[in-house]
Design a protein. Structure first.
Length: 230
């Protein structure tokens, strides 16, 4: 399945798309636009906040709002950020104001999939993440290859009654010493609303933490602020 890459991924880093068909090894706005790009009013009630780009990003990244999940296990933190088309647009604009036309364009490009960032962090920042408890050059190379190509098969999304494979995957490779790694994930959207609970499942083979589950309640997915546009 070929898909047009969203501008956000092309403008920031090289985005890779894989449609290999294998099942996951882990599982054998301002009121002008709705989330699916239609003209329906996104307003859920009169108290729905309307936030500028910077405030919208802060709201999305605040774990208390339910769209960013974290698990601290021993020396590592695993976090997952749910990304709306509005959030993707804000990150693309890097603090610049958002126009209605830009938001409409991005929603049109992104509406068929749902997006998440998976980040793994070495808490003390003492070394490169992939060198953490590394025992040999070969093990390090194996880790790089797994993060670049193999991890996609250890990710899945439970969306209501459907279990979805990870169709878009990119490992954001850093070529300097960094204590973290970020993976950009995309899953086919089965419906045009956020009324299902969603659980992202990741089976960690690198650091032997086993199966990790990050649940996003439908109430948090549905009751989001709106993005203010020009």
């Amino acid at each position: 399945m070929k898909k047009k890459f969203p501008f956000y991924f092309l403008s920031i880093l090289l985005f890779s798309c894989s449609g290999n068909g294998h099942k996951s090894d882990a599982l054998a706005g301002n009121g002008k636009l709705s989330a699916d790009g239609s003209n329906a009013d996104l307003m859920l009630n009169e108290n729905t906040p309307v936030l500028d780009a910077a405030a919208y990003v802060r709201w999305m990244q605040d774990p208390e709002n339910g769209l960013k999940k974290e698990k601290k296990i021993d020396e590592l933190t695993f976090s997952v950020q749910y990304k709306t088309p509005e959030y993707v647009t804000c990150m693309e604009l890097r603090g610049r104001p958002c126009t209605d036309s830009v938001l409409r364009k991005n929603i049109g490009e992104l509406k068929d999939m749902q997006y998440y960032d998976l980040k793994i962090l070495l808490n003390d920042g003492s070394s490169e993440l992939l060198k953490y408890k590394n025992t040999s050059p070969q093990q390090y190379n194996d880790r790089v290859n797994y993060f670049a190509f193999g991890m996609q098969n250890d990710l899945a999304l439970v969306d209501g009654n459907d279990t979805l494979r990870c169709d878009l995957y990119h490992y954001e490779r850093a070529y300097d010493v960094t204590p973290s790694a970020t993976m950009l994930l995309g899953f086919i959207k089965k419906s045009n609303n956020d009324k299902n609970d969603k659980t992202l499942i990741f089976y960690d083979r690198t650091f032997n933490k086993g199966m990790l589950k990050f649940k996003f309640a439908a109430t948090g997915l549905y009751n989001k602020p709106k993005l203010k546009t020009l």
